[in-house]
Design a protein around this ligand. Structure first.
Ligand SMILES: [Zn+2]
Length: 300
């Protein structure tokens, strides 16, 4: 039994896709993941008095901010986490019931399950992270453990509820991030062009151009998210500067800058991962086998 060109190509494609997928997954994980672990271990630590100090300062600035009537600022902890999480899940279900758009229904398949969402909410309640929930217009911050993030989260709320660039970025950040796996998938499934017999098909040519720049396109998809994160820190930083002592303001700012670096490296590494994935896949798989054998036979 001999292995035909086609069988060999299919085998190589599987190997190339596997190797490429590993690069795509691990590039951001190794660099950004490592950096986040480093931040968790050695990043700015805020003492309990500092956390209280920040939280108290926020109360005043929140009451005089333009979002005071449209957004809720909540001390989110283990005592009140579940009803808030359940309300969010209920709200999501109602939204899906109301919305008849098939695209939204399709997109909902990529959403975290109720269980996953609840797990995520518990992370916020534990104070391991803080968030602004656009669906319920709530800023959720554990005041004992994560008050240092409250200005940044207020920045997110200001972006979402304001006008201009912040609003545009807040609306597009999730869409951009969700497009990344599609950029990866489409570019990886586009076979490499043959050097001896380049394609004449204009659709395939278009796909090849897309594939060639897949790394840049993948990174570009994360620009709204990265910019929105930066803008949230800038807006939050402005409020923090007014109400915190200069030392504490500096510390909050530093920790926000470090968090931004994580988002930025993630944007870069997703691009590098996508480009490397395509490089590996093409090296291992090679171009589509040509039907040259038959032609040779005819020519002879
Ligand atoms: Zn953020």
């Amino acid at each position: 039994m001999t292995i035909t060109d086609r069988e060999k190509y299919i085998g190589n494609t599987i190997a190339g896709l596997t190797g490429g997928a590993a690069a795509y997954v691990w590039c951001p994980r190794i660099v950004t993941g490592q950096y986040v672990r480093y931040l968790n271990r050695y990043g700015n630590r805020f003492s309990t008095p500092e956390q209280h100090n920040i939280w108290n300062a926020t109360q005043k600035s929140f009451q005089s901010s333009p979002i005071k009537d449209s957004v809720q600022l909540i001390d989110y902890n283990k005592s009140n986490w579940e009803p808030i999480a359940d309300k969010l899940i209920k709200k999501r279900k109602e939204f899906l019931k109301r919305n008849k758009n098939p695209l939204v229904k399709l997109r909902a398949l990529t959403w975290p399950t109720d269980e996953e969402l609840k797990e995520r909410m518990y992370v916020y309640a534990q104070g391991k992270n803080a968030c602004y929930m656009p669906a319920t217009s709530q800023i959720l911050v554990n005041k004992e453990k994560k008050a240092n993030a409250v200005f940044h989260e207020m920045g997110h709320a200001l972006n979402a509820k304001g006008l201009g660039l912040g609003k545009i970025l807040a609306k597009t950040r999730a869409k951009g991030a969700k497009a990344v796996p599609f950029v990866f998938g489409i570019s990886m499934l586009t076979p490499k062009d043959s050097d001896d017999n380049p394609t004449k098909n204009k659709y395939y040519k278009g796909l090849l151009t897309f594939k060639k720049h897949a790394g840049l396109i993948a990174s570009a998809c994360l620009i709204p998210l990265t910019l929105e994160e930066g803008l949230a820190s800038i807006k939050g930083g402005k409020i923090a500067k007014e109400v915190l002592s200069p030392e504490l303001y500096k510390k909050v700012n530093k920790s926000n800058i470090k968090a931004f670096i994580a988002y930025f490296t993630s944007m870069v590494m997703v691009g590098i991962g996508t480009a490397l994935a395509n490089y590996i896949k093409d090296k291992v798989t090679g171009p589509l086998p040509q039907k040259s054998n038959n032609q040779e036979f005819i020519e002879k």
